[in-house]
Design a protein around this ligand. Structure first.
Ligand code: NAP
Length: 254
């Protein structure tokens, strides 16, 4: 038997919840030298199907994640979570250090301001909410469901909220309408949404990448202000800025 046939596949824990993590799982599928376990937090009711093994739900903190890495014989951890998911990134950094597991962070570069953009940069959702009175009466709130509380006190403003799953319980906003949608989003659809609802300002995170950029381009085209919530600080480390760079790093580790 040749050496290649007896080599065990390397096990990769892929922390996901983003288009990049999905793309990575798809690109690594079907290889016999790697075994990918994707991990989702469980925020979305019915995530799109993923190739390879899948686990869903929090690990239970740093120690539990370090135990998981050891118990499951994980050779590499690839953190392709969203740039605003800072807690899991910090936990993964600490857990990898404890377990001695090599770790890669996959993070798309943030969007850069272009001519014609009117961005108001704010550090967090609370400051974003404070920026709205006097700026606009009808606002597209393109932030996660869990971040709506910061906007609860703004009774004079009407909000358009987009969620992946129908919000089962009442939202904390007095005046709002919910549209359902899962990216990627195209400029024509985004423009129609802005015009139909008479949107006067957009609140968004700086996610980077193409899939959700159309709303930024449409705001620029319509001359509307964008309240841009900047990225939170998190543990750094070896970083890939694209799926291709991440695949190159993985290849080098095998
Ligand atoms: P977070 O604040 O960084 O993490 C909160 C807790 O959720 C973590 O401590 C961890 O629980 C668990 N967790 C997060 N991501 C996980 C993963 N991929 N697998 C297993 N457990 C995970 O994260 P968040 O901002 O709530 O985001 C949750 C998920 O949604 C992430 O996977 C992220 O990629 C995705 N997402 C987030 C945003 C955003 O704007 N924040 C946008 C798009 C997608 P334990 O401590 O118990 O291990």
């Amino acid at each position: 038997m040749s050496e290649a046939t007896i080599t065990k596949p390397r096990r990769i824990l892929l922390l996901g919840g983003t288009g990049d993590s999905r793309a990575l799982a798809e690109r690594l599928a079907g290889r016999d030298d790697v075994e990918v376990i994707s991990s989702l937090a469980g925020r979305t009711e019915s995530p799109l199907p993923l190739p390879g093994a899948l686990r869903i739900g929090g690990f239970g903190g740093v120690e539990a994640l370090a135990d998981f890495l050891t118990r499951e014989g994980i050779d590499l951890l690839v953190d392709a979570t969203h740039p605003y998911a800072a807690r899991i990134t910090d936990n993964a950094a600490a857990a990898c250090q404890r377990a001695g597991t090599p770790r890669l962070l996959v993070e798309r570069p943030p969007w850069e301001k272009r001519p014609g953009d009117n961005w108001i940069s704010v550090p967090d959702t609370e400051t974003a909410a404070k920026a709205l009175p006097g700026l606009a009466k009808r606002v597209f709130l393109a932030v996660g469901r869990g971040e709506l509380d910061a906007f609860a006190g703004l009774a004079d403003i009407w909000f358009l909220v987009r969620t992946v799953d129908p919000p089962g319980d009442k939202l904390p906003l007095e005046n709002c309408e919910v549209v359902l949608g899962r990216g990627p989003f195209e400029a024509n659809g985004e423009r129609a949404l802005f015009l139909l609802h008479g949107i006067q300002a957009l609140v968004t995170k700086n996610s980077g990448g193409e899939a959700t950029y159309a709303k930024i381009a449409v705001a620029r085209e319509l001359g509307l202000p964008v309240v841009m919530i900047e990225r939170p600080a998190h543990a750094d480390g070896e970083t890939a800025h694209s799926v291709e760079e991440a695949l190159t790093w993985i290849e080098a580790q095998l």
